[in-house]
Design a protein around this ligand. Structure first.
Ligand SMILES: [Zn+2]
Length: 61
């Protein structure tokens, strides 16, 4: 049997998109995040809410 000796750590990220200006922000995943959740104010255009569009993990090497 072959075992991987690398221990891979997955670092979760959240992508938020603004509905008005379509700015996309990538930030670290926070507990309670889910796709289509309304989040913070847009930093680009000042719209009230951004929306979580994607949650994904990146492997840390
Ligand atoms: Zn915006």
């Amino acid at each position: 049997m072959i075992f991987s000796k690398k221990k891979e750590i997955i670092n979760p990220y959240t992508l938020e998109e603004c509905n008005s200006c379509h700015a996309i922000t990538k930030r670290k995943f926070k507990d309670g995040d889910y796709v289509f959740k309304g989040t913070d104010k847009c930093g680009s255009c000042g719209a009230d809410k951004m929306m979580v569009t994607k949650i994904f993990g990146e492997v840390i090497k």
